[in-house]
Design a protein around this ligand. Structure first.
Ligand SMILES: [Zn+2]
Length: 378
């Protein structure tokens, strides 16, 4: 899932995201809540209509940003008081208000409000934090069940539970068919915490499953721990998450990591890396990572990645991309982001294709690859 923090994947317009075959975007509740505000988005028909994006959207609960971005946060059983990083104004997120905000934004998949346990944390602190996340998960679900019909959608919206059931690749298909909207609601996912403690991860997974959600996320990773530890925790946690529900690993990773985690059984991932790195001139290619700002590319007339079919690689040379970056042209960020997103999406398509082959048939991802995506190659 490319990250579109403020209802925008920085530098890339929605028509290009369509063309790239993006099936689902992530929006950040914390940012959208502060600006433009939930009521504003709700009044305008929800995020899909507001940003003119007809495919799926997932919003996070706001918890992670509250813990990583805001100042003077104060955590209590009730929720978190924090100050806006924009203007210092004081705000409060609870499981109820974070869920209310996400219902108002109207994404297809929304997340239970959790506490992202810091790293490192001692075992008592990790347990206390995990226990609170479990209580917050129950409160998030209760609020959701009581208010889930308050979504700002009209009749044109595809049921998110149909997306979860059928895979995002079917979204357009579903959207074009009649009778997809039939009182359907968003899908609220639970989040497993438990720090780096494998026993607590198991307990968190089992007790989150007891509460019952249509999908489960592994949270609290990529918070500064060594990569080998991330992998160990992911592998250990996956063992306890149902295979017939989406399993979402939050906040990873490099192209190598997303292949690795997909192979372990992760279904969904999000990361700012492809888009953020692109804006800093770091490009992922079939030949490895390239820093386009380097002088060695100034007279390199070849394509950025000879194996990539994206519109950047099809049209522009490394020398031109290097020149744009060195000159601080806006176009550098746009073209770089398009390529990195394309590289990530191609990587995941290959993963889906090989999963389809492993199952002796072309899976949904592979069907998508052979259909829509083939029209995109210039
Ligand atoms: Zn490319």
């Amino acid at each position: 899932m490319p990250v579109g923090t403020l209802a925008s994947v920085k530098g890339v317009s929605q028509d290009i995201l369509d063309e790239l075959g993006v099936q689902i975007l992530l929006g950040n509740t914390y940012h959208l809540y502060l600006r433009p505000g939930v009521d504003q988005v709700r009044t305008l028909g929800g995020l899909h209509r507001f940003m003119s994006w007809s495919r799926a959207i997932l919003t996070d609960s706001g918890g992670f940003q509250v813990f990583s971005l805001s100042d003077l946060r104060k955590v209590s059983e009730e929720g978190v008081t924090f100050r806006s990083h924009l203007d210092g104004s004081s705000h409060f997120f609870s499981p109820e208000s974070a869920t209310e905000a996400q219902i108002g934004l109207g994404a297809d998949i929304i997340m239970a409000f959790d506490e992202c346990t810091e790293y490192p944390a001692d075992s008592q602190r990790t347990r206390n934090s995990m226990e609170m996340t479990l209580r917050w998960a129950e409160r998030s679900k209760k609020y959701f069940e009581e208010h889930k019909h308050e979504v700002p959608w009209g009749n044109d919206h595809v049921a998110p539970d149909a997306i979860v059931r059928g895979g995002a690749a079917e979204t357009d298909e579903l959207r074009s068919s009649e009778s997809t909207w039939n009182g359907h609601t968003q899908a609220l996912f639970g989040i497993v915490q438990g720090g780096m403690d494998l026993a607590l991860r198991k307990e968190s997974a089992e007790r989150t499953i007891e509460i019952g959600f249509p999908g489960y996320a592994i949270g609290g990773l990529s918070v500064g721990e060594p990569r080998a530890l991330t992998r160990e925790v992911v592998e250990a946690t996956l063992e306890y998450l149902p295979k017939d529900k989406p399993r979402y690993l939050m906040g990873v990773g490099t192209p190598e990591e997303i292949i690795e985690y997909a192979n372990l059984g992760v279904d969904m991932m999000d990361c700012v890396l492809p888009t953020r790195a692109a804006r800093h001139g770091l490009l992922f290619t079939s030949e490895g990572k390239i820093s386009i700002k380097q002088a060695r590319y100034a007279s390199d007339g070849g394509p950025l990645d000879p194996k990539c079919g994206c519109r950047t690689c099809a049209r522009y040379s490394r020398a031109y991309l290097r020149h744009l970056y060195a000159s601080n042209e806006i176009l550098a960020q746009i073209l770089n982001t398009i390529h990195n997103l394309s590289f990530y999406l191609d990587t995941m398509q290959s993963v889906r294709h090989s999963i389809g082959l492993d199952h002796g048939e072309l899976g949904k991802g592979a069907r998508f690859l052979s259909g829509e995506q083939s029209q995109l190659k210039p």
